[in-house]
Ligand binder design. Sequence first.
Ligand SMILES: Nc1ncnc2c1ncn2[C@@H]1O[C@H](COP(=O)(O)OP(=O)(O)OP(=O)(O)O)[C@@H](O)[C@H]1O
Ligand SMILES: [Mg+2]
Length: 297
Amino acid sequence: MSILKTANLTKKFGKFTALDGVNLEVNKGEVFGFIGPNGAGKTTTIRVLLGILKATEGEAKIFGKDAWKEAVEIHKQIAYVPGDVSLWSNLTGGEVIDLFVKLRGTNNKNRREELIERFNLDPSKKCRTYSKGNRQKVALIAAFASDAELYILDEPTSGLDPLMEKVFQECVMEAKMAGKSIFLSSHILSEVEKLCDKVSIIRQGKIIESGTLDELRHLTRTSVLVETKQTIKALSELNGVHDIQIKDHSLTFQVDSEELGNVIKYISQFEIVKFESAPPTLEDLFMRHYKGVGGAL
Ligand SMILES: Nc1ncnc2c1ncn2[C@@H]1O[C@H](COP(=O)(O)OP(=O)(O)OP(=O)(O)O)[C@@H](O)[C@H]1O
Ligand SMILES: [Mg+2]
């Protein structure tokens, strides 16, 4: 069942196109990673989904309802954590959590206490005295203490230390186990690898890659180091071979994962004496996208 869907979503600020035909789909029970470098359009997409910004073209739907026209209805069942949390400076953290949770119509004291303890927050302090990480925790506790169907989280771990990041990951997995859906924007790869069922990569307002992590892994490259008795000829003419370099008596290069078999077959005729390969990482894939090379993808 589709929980969140955008079709050809386009947002212009004057002449500047911040979102250019964005298609996304999140199904019930999925953790969806929305990945992209700074300024890619993640927050803009989220603002359109929340009904804060009106799309220039295209559609954005949550629970099958129009994100702009039916925002009030939609908001009853979503919890949102912004990237930079600003709170009411004169209330304490505990008061802000209570306010948010009540606004969403749930009132589960035990859950609230449990989360405050797990996130190691002192709820009695005034919000103006909280550090960035602590403000983030207040918003996360308020979100996870609410009984929402969809959690929209915009770079939620940017201010958290590694221990708290782990607590956050557990909360996301618990929500998923309970059949909830999570839309998680991030530029941190490790978060995505551990949590997300599917990811979309956005760059300059366009989705450049979408799929499960397995599907994306097919787009990665394996690093190879090889030494042969005879000189390898015409390696650069093979499909999927990149970045060939000579190192002492060895050759190093990168191969598109799907071409690896063919390449090994080809070089074996030159009598391999040494062969090392490093598994592909998603990090490499993201870095290629971030730098804007790998234009063929
Ligand atoms: N209100 C606005 N008016 C004009 N331009 C805007 C506005 N809001 C966003 N933009 C531009 O739209 C682009 C996308 O911004 P957005 O905040 O969505 O990026 P992001 O992916 O969330 O980046 P970050 O990782 O830094 O949070 C940027 O170039 C930004 O300058
Ligand atoms: Mg942002």
